[in-house]
Write a protein that binds this ligand. Sequence first.
Ligand code: UDP
Length: 326
Amino acid sequence: MSILVVGGAGYIGSHMVKQLATSGADVITLDNLSHGYRDAVRYGEFIEGDLGDAALLDQVFSEHSIDAVMHFAAFIEVGESVVKPAKYYRNNFCNTQVLLDAMLKHDIGYFIFSSTAAIFGEPEYTPIDEKHRKHPINPYGHSKLMVEQLLSDYDNAYGLRSACLRYFNAAGADPDGELGERHVPETHLIPLILQAASGRRYDIKVFGNDYATDDGTCVRDYVHINDLCEAHSLALKYIQDNDTSVQYNLGNGKGFSVQQVIDSVREVSGKGFKVTHDARRPGDPAILVADSSLAMSELGWQPKHTELESIIETAWNWEINFLAKQ
Ligand code: UDP
């Protein structure tokens, strides 16, 4: 099997490339390195370029016999999407359509799409299953939901089979310590706390401690990156075997509060660090937890890193390796 991973130099994409290559697939990464890193692509061929470049895609698909495409090359900062919606719609939606149209032109029939819990907007109930109302509250979520709609229409009209995988909070790192999370700027909770623990950051700010949760801090569903990647491989096999398109919510099904994550980092790292209480971050729901039972029953997906400590251990290992190389 030959798979094109678009955005394979980024956090989730680089882990996917490793998992595919080590399980015997031919992997080609296409990435414009706007947010990814060349040295994160440790397996397979690397092509530097943009998913919105139709001529380049034409060339890539002509020169390689590709069976399926996995797409991770999206902008992901919710706050930025509110002030720069053009950037988000252009890349996350318009460029994805360029990619899909190139696939159609070259008869490539399988597509795995990184979607997000942000397509649901404000949760009406928890845990969130696939039937939950889809009502994004920011351009990031809209841009992803628009691709989901496009994929549904492309399935009907052109027979392009796809899997939309809606991640809740992707977390952790490659257990071998080769790969990890390197966003600039970093906005995600776990890497920020790890940076505070390792001394790269002065403190960690807790955004709100008066939510209607057990300890007053927000609850999220952290799912290990390798478990997520496993779901991609299973979903690809499923849409190929069943000649169908699917949509799944992917999480651990367990919620952990910001305070629990902080406590776990203290425990795992053995380090003390400063914690500051700050105002709520606009747009943050109190609780976001996935109901992943559909992916589990249909794909046979079973997350292995179900304990927070096990996710944080891999991420802490990466943080230490990263610092040692500086
Ligand atoms: N959070 C926080 N301090 C930070 C970053 C995040 O308290 O410096 C909280 C945030 O309000 C949310 C949770 O941590 O409740 C997870 O945030 P993150 O940005 O990692 O992921 P999101 O849930 O927004 O996708």
